[in-house]
Each structure stands twice: as structure tokens, then as C-alpha cells.
Design a protein around this ligand. Structure first.
Ligand SMILES: [Zn+2]
Length: 422
């Protein structure tokens, strides 16, 4: 999200580390780039400003995963940009998003409908899309920059062949013909020619061919002879197994990094509880909360001991091994596994379905955390009964975030919590 966007890092390198965070300097560079119509630099600066605005909101909670002095690794930044159903925060990478909007502009140039701006562009540019006027115009520079990327992530379906590049688009299975028959392509004088042009006028080749190019010419001529063109618009798909029609949304997804889904995060984000609870329970599950043991290991607390007892206040101790936590889970008759485990592995009590139980786990852990904070900061002790009652109250408030058909299961869970608090 951050580092990957700095394609013009060199242009920004003139700004010192302190200066880079200065709003006025960034704004000045933004205005300069805007005046110069430098799209890449604009994208990088937009990303910088966006990151500065968002860092405290979305990125900061993840800094608990970093050791002091660590720079933000790119992998974690990319993780933020994963979709929520893949376990990420679903934050848009503006640089990638801007690029996909430019790809959509290039895609529109591949449509045969007549619009004034397209007619104007075709009039001023070269013969084929990709051939640019000299010197290149502002739009030419966008096409030059984005057309190779557009061709690399799409696949064309030939109908009339008027908007598909014979050599550079993927319209046959496998790679583009320019890569498969590189020797012949090196002799081509019209590299951006469309399929329709090649069928009508033939390959535009230099007068003399090498022996390798001569052999490849026979194969390529076979492809040309087999083409049957029809009236209509060529099709354009994203080059992926599902092959969706091109759109900036699908292009964004195609250009997004892939990573195996984080199961714990997926469970947390699927909760229909307030976002702060989802984030809390996820951080609790991966042991990134500011427990005393974690703070002590970073020299941020004088002691790592639990406020209620003398044991180290680890995530495991706080939520499962401390006396009040043992009392809470015991009253609910929920067995606590030995060793390391995910909070989502806790078995639901009898009569509670697994979906409601995940909300129950989050609510109970949240109540334990609130009780711990009350004891630590306000010196107000709590009991398991009080804690379970508070969890039941939270559930009765948050049940409205769920669909009506889920209310019955949540009410069963709430009844269980109330009965365990007696
Ligand atoms: Zn304790």
C-alpha cells in the first residue's frame, strides 16, 4: 500500500525524512505536479497525503505487531489492502485505484462507439491505438503508460477484430503472438496493427526476413487464414479463470496482491458487532493487545504482573487463567484447551449455535478486558457475575445489528449468560 505506490520515489527523494511528512512541502509538490500534469507523481503524492490522513485511523492498531525501530514492512501494508473477506481491512490503495481508472480510460478507447473526445483523440494520434503522435500529447502519455498493462491483464474475444491488436493482445490461447513469434515480430513495421487490419491488408513486414522469421511467417499466416470476422464489438475480459468483463473494479482486484486468507481475521470481520470489538478480538487472538506482559517486554511498563494476582499478565492468563476468567468460563461450562489455541476454537455451550457463539466469545472477552481496565486504572474490582451480566447487556444492545432470524439464537445465548450470572 505504501512502499509499492512510490514509483516516483526518486522524485520525492529530494525531500528529507522530516520534510516528507511536512504537509506544506507535499502540497507544494502536488501543485507543481498538477501544473506539469505528471500523473505518476500526482498518484504518489495523493497516496502520501492519504496515508498521512489514514495512518492514525487504520494503520496504527497494527503497529503493535512491530518491534520498536522496525519500519512498516510492505507485506503488512499490503495486508491492510486485502478485502475484508480475505482477512484484510479492505483499505483502497489509491495509487492502484488511480491506475485502474486510467486503465478504464484506455478500455474506452477500445470501444467502437463514437464520442467527440474519442474521435478527436483518434484524429490526432497515430494510425493504430498505441502509435502516438510526435511529440506525444498528454493523452498519448497516458496511453503509452497504461496500454501495456491493460493488454497484460486482459484477453480479447475477436468479433470484428477492429479493436484488438494482432501482435500485442492476447486473443489466442497463451501468450501474445509478439512473444511467441518474436523473430517475426522484430520485422514488423506496424506493431500495433489490429486483427481486422492484418486480415484486410496482411502483415506489414520489412522486405527481407531472417530464416527464423521466415519459418514463423508460415505459422502466423495459418492463424490469419483461419480468422473469420463478424460485425460487432470485440470482447474484452480480465485474464483470470473466472474471466469477468473488463471494469476498473475487476482490474483493481486483478492487480491486488494475493495472500492466503487470515482465518482469524475473517472470523473477526464477519462479526456484526461494532468495528472496535472486531478489531479488539482479533488483536486478542493474535496476542497483540497491550497486556502488561507485552508492555513490559517493550520496556513500557514497570512490571508484567497481573493486577489481580502475581502471575504474568499474558493474553492467555488475562482471558483464561486468571481467577475471574476461570470463574466466567466455568459458569458457562466452556472447557479451556491446554496450550496455544485460537479463541474461535472455544466449544459453544449446549444449545448455542456456532454463529451466535462467536459473538458471545467476542462479548465475553470484551467484558473481561473492560473489567481488567477498571481494576488497573480505576482500582475497581469486578466479579464473574457482574462481568457476565455486563456481557448479557452488551448482547441485548448489539443483537439489533443482526438479522431478525438470528435474534432467537442470540437471545438463547443472552439467557445463558444471565442464568450463569445468578
Ligand atoms: Zn491474574
Amino acid at each position: 500500500m505504501l512502499s509499492g505506490a512510490w514509483s516516483h520515489r526518486g522524485q520525492l527523494a529530494g525531500l528529507g525524512k522530516r520534510q516528507r511528512s511536512s504537509r506544506s512541502v507535499v502540497q507544494q509538490r502536488f501543485q507543481e505536479a498538477n501544473q506539469a500534469k505528471n500523473l505518476q507523481l500526482l498518484g504518489a503524492l495523493e497516496c502520501h497525503i492519504w496515508v498521512a490522513a489514514r495512518a492514525r485511523v487504520h494503520v496504527f492498531p497494527l503497529r503493535g505487531q512491530l518491534n520498536p525501530g522496525d519500519s512498516m514492512p510492505q507485506e503488512k501494508e499490503l495486508w491492510n489492502c486485502l478485502r475484508s473477506k480475505e482477512g484484510g481491512f479492505g483499505i483502497k490503495d489509491l495509487h492502484r485505484q488511480n491506475r485502474c481508472l486510467l486503465l478504464n480510460f484506455v478500455h474506452k478507447l477500445h470501444q467502437t462507439d463514437s464520442l467527440p473526445w474519442k474521435d478527436w483523440y483518434r484524429l490526432l494520434s497515430g494510425r493504430d491505438l498505441g502509435d502516438v503522435a510526435s511529440p506525444p500529447s498528454f493523452l498519448d502519455r497516458i496511453v503509452l503508460e497504461c496500454l501495456p498493462l491493460y493488454r497484460s491483464i486482459t484477453r480479447a474475444g475477436i468479433v470484428s477484430g477492429s479493436t484488438t491488436s494482432f501482435w500485442l493482445d492476447r486473443w489466442l490461447p497463451g501468450r501474445p503472438l509478439a512473444e511467441r513469434y518474436a523473430a517475426l515480430f522484430s520485422h514488423v513495421t506496424r506493431p500495433n496493427a489490429t486483427v481486422a487490419t492484418v486480415v484486410a491488408s496482411g502483415l506489414s513486414l520489412q522486405p527481407r526476413l531472417s530464416s527464423v522469421a521466415g519459418r514463423e511467417l508460415g505459422i502466423v499466416q495459418g492463424y490469419i487464414d483461419a480468422i473469420a470476422l463478424l460485425d460487432g464489438q470485440d470482447l474484452r475480459y480480465i485474464d483470470s479463470p473466472s474471466a469477468p468483463p473488463f471494469s476498473s473494479r475487476e482490474a483493481y482486484h486483478m492487480l491486488s496482491p494475493w495472500r492466503a486468507p487470515d482465518v482469524s481475521a475473517c472470523q473477526a470481520w464477519a462479526l456484526k458487532l461494532p468495528a472496535k470489538i472486531s478489531i479488539f478480538v482479533y488483536l486478542a487472538d493474535i496476542d497483540r493487545l497491550s497486556t502488561r506482559a507485552n508492555l513490559f517486554s517493550k520496556n513500557c511498563a514497570p512490571s508484567g504482573s497481573c493486577e489481580a494476582c502475581t502471575s504474568p499478565e499474558t493474553e492467555r492468563h488475562l482471558f483464561f487463567d486468571c481467577a475471574i476468567a476461570v470463574d466466567v468460563w466455568g459458569r458457562l461450562r466452556v472447557p479451556i484447551p491446554h496450550g496455544a489455541f485460537s479463541v474461535w476454537e472455544l466449544a459453544p455451550p449446549t444449545g448455542v449455535d456456532s454463529s451466535s457463539w462467536r459473538a458471545g466469545i467476542a462479548t465475553i472477552l470484551w467484558s473481561l478486558w473492560k473489567a481488567r481496565n477498571d481494576l488497573t486504572f480505576n482500582v475497581v474490582p469486578s466479579t464473574a457475575r457482574l462481568l457476565l451480566r455486563r456481557a448479557a447487556d452488551d448482547l441485548s444492545i448489539w443483537r439489533w445489528r443482526y438479522k431478525a432470524q438470528d435474534h432467537g439464537c442470540l437471545d438463547n445465548l443472552r439467557t445463558l449468560l444471565v442464568s450463569a450470572a445468578v
